[in-house]
Design a protein around this ligand. Structure first.
Ligand SMILES: [Zn+2]
Length: 627
């Protein structure tokens, strides 16, 4: 990544051509037909934009891997507009649309219709064959637009700085169902003349383009709370209802309490996607997308739901204005998610334990980046000209929430003071996008003028160190303030396996653990005890049955322990796991570990499953495993 500093900024945001300081999109109206056969969406989008500066003669939108067929002026009887592509580079092309002379003054409203189709190269869209679904009968398609993939779904101002409401109509072959990140505008589908089914949704809140989302397949649904429904293939429905019905409403209510802002989106629905989905969850408003890997059967992985629900405030309502400030979305979300989990578990110790696990993850992430990748460990990394997905890591999540924990425990005097500020921060920036500088100004103003904190304390915050320093922040080790009891039990067991090869270990060692403690115990083995002797691994498995766990977080860690200990008997099970789960959190480390011990086996498993994986995964591993 040495060349990243030479890349030039594009428009008003370094990841977008959008000239949103001159002409800013205020609404999208999207009409798409889903062609499973050709693997494209085709239709049109009506884009409304406000002119913000006099003499603005063009509206600039982003697009990538789209075929634009026409642009017309809805203010002028659909007159054809001569669009051009003045700039093009690897992140995207610029669609330049001329603005009619009479609409170039500040305050004018531009309205254009763009006919287009996506292409099989549209990175936002993943197509699944019937064989890759649970039902095996119907195809499935879904979109994933964060960070900068919305431009391959529709021409748009693909920057989080621009937030707009949207409407969408998606037409699919019968009997499939389409759902989108909004609320349905009618009961049931509209039947088209050719028998296809149209589903319409409306998103009333202004959202960034990365939250536009579509899913279509043989979906069914069932309620999991007073304002929540889960959608999925019918084969998964019972498991999904069981997994999510207990906690969802509790999480929403805790989020409302902590942020001081009621849940503004109406319903909170979720859709469980086939195993190829590359993330644990994606916070598409009104319709969180979830990985089927979360269906553990014992509700042990619903923390991801707490995380996605928290994005209803941090990220979706209050949005980072550029990807450099991604920690404002993810760091705040993790920090609040842990408070929610602490409240729902009725245990501050649990919140502390989650934070401790997170710090352990941060230590590991920083060490994995090493000296060469140290620039990626900044809270505000310099990513001009770089696809944010390339530097995606736990840093904005864990270092971001660590910074907030530091402010809570070392600066403002505790959780209540911090909540007082959050309850002012969220209302102040609702429906807006903000930068770190604006967050900092709001924080300092609150603790200077509203809830007064010793100015010497506020002055002692080394913002530069936190925001642009690399690695772990030397000023704060959370282990000095967090309760450690839950973690110490995990450490004691890990030490027993590390130092005495499990002598004295018992089959019920894990019985009193919460799942998260078992995960942490395995994490400690990974960071402290590898490689393990093969007979030690076999002894451990005979006691704890890790290889048979239904919890993916546990099997994943067990496989890493085996691979890093060169325990080749596990290849078959790893291959089977990688054919069912496409979530990057597991796929990335497993292929890396497998590739280190046996490139041929890694390449074979990858080739067998490549079509199952999302483009973000293929882009990462094609260069390594396709030869
Ligand atoms: Zn998140």
């Amino acid at each position: 990544m040495a060349d990243h500093q030479q890349a030039k900024p594009l428009g008003d945001d370094p990841h977008s051509w959008a000239n949103f300081k001159q002409a800013r999109v205020t609404h999208y109206d999207i009409v798409l037909r889903v062609d499973f056969h050709r693997q494209i969406f085709h239709g049109h989008v009506d884009v409304t934009a406000s002119v913000l500066a006099d003499n603005t003669d063009h509206l600039w939108l982003d697009f990538k891997a789209l075929a634009i067929s026409s642009v017309t002026d809805l203010n002028d009887n659909n007159a054809t507009l001569l669009w051009t592509v003045p700039q093009n580079q690897s992140l995207c092309a610029c669609l330049s649309i001329p603005i009619a002379e009479k609409q170039r003054a500040k305050g004018s409203v531009v309205k254009v219709r763009i006919h287009y189709s996506t292409s099989p190269d549209s990175g936002a869209i993943q197509w699944l064959e019937p064989s890759q679904t649970s039902g095996k009968k119907h195809p499935f398609v879904y979109t994933q637009c964060e960070a900068i993939l919305a431009r391959s779904l529709l021409p748009c101002q693909d920057t989080p700085a621009v937030k707009a409401p949207y409407d969408i109509k998606v037409t699919v072959p019968s009997p499939l169902v389409a759902a989108c990140s909004g609320t349905p505008t009618h009961n049931g589908p509209h039947i088209e003349e050719d028998g296809w089914l149209s589903y319409s949704y409306h998103q009333k809140n202004p959202i960034p383009a990365y939250l536009i989302a579509i899913v279509a397949g043989a979906l069914v649904k069932a309620p999991v709370g007073p304002r929540s429904t889960v959608w999925c293939e019918k084969q998964l429905l019972q498991a999904a209802v069981h997994e999510f019905s207990e906690d969802t409403e509790k999480f929403i209510q805790a989020g409302e309490f902590l942020t001081g802002v009621k849940y503004e989106w109406g319903v909170y629905d979720m859709v469980v996607l086939p195993g190829a989905f590359p993330y644990g969850g994606m916070e598409n408003p009104n319709l969180t997308f979830l990985s089927s890997s979360l269906l553990a059967g014992d509700r042990s992985l619903t923390n991801v739901v707490a995380h996605e629900i928290t994005h209803s405030w941090a990220g979706n309502l209050v949005t980072n204005s550029s990807w450099k400030d991604f920690w404002l979305n993810e760091g705040f979300t993790v920090y609040i998610e842990r408070m929610i989990l602490g409240r729902v578990h009725n245990s501050e110790a649990y919140r502390h334990f989650e934070s401790l696990c997170g710090y352990n993850d941060l230590i590991k992430t920083v060490s994995d980046f090493g000296e060469k990748g140290a620039w990626c460990t900044k809270l505000q990394p310099d990513i001009n000209g770089i696809d944010p997905d390339e530097v995606f890591s736990k840093v904005p999540y864990e270092k971001g929430s660590l910074f907030l924990l530091y402010l809570e425990t070392q600066i403002v005097g505790g959780q209540d003071a911090m909540l007082g500020w959050l309850r002012s921060y969220f209302p102040a920036f609702s429906n807006k996008a903000l930068s770190t500088e604006e967050m900092k100004a709001h924080f300092l103003n609150h603790f200077t003028n509203v809830h007064k904190v010793d100015p010497a304390k506020l002055n002692s915050i080394d913002w530069n160190l936190w925001l642009t320093g690399t690695g772990l922040p030397a000023v704060f080790d959370p282990r000095t303030v967090l309760q450690k009891a839950l973690g110490e039990k995990c450490q004691a067991l890990a030490t027993l396996w590390k130092e005495q090869e499990g002598k004295g270990a018992k089959s019920d060692d894990l019985a009193a653990f919460q799942s998260k403690q078992t995960m942490f115990f395995l994490d400690l083995l990974i960071t402290q005890a590898l490689p393990l002797k093969h007979e030690v691994i076999e002894h451990m498995d005979s006691l704890y049955h890790l290889s048979k766990s239904k919890n993916v977080e546990i099997s994943f860690r067990y496989f890493i322990i085996c691979l890093k200990s060169k325990y080749t008997k596990v290849y078959h099970a790893v291959g089977e796991f990688l054919s069912r789960h496409g979530r990057g959190l597991y796929v990335r480390p497993l292929y890396r570990a497998l590739n280190e011990v046996d490139h041929a086996v890694a390449a074979k498993i990858y080739k067998d499953n490549r079509s199952f994986y999302h483009s973000v995964i293929r882009n990462m591993f094609d260069p390594i495993l396709l030869h």
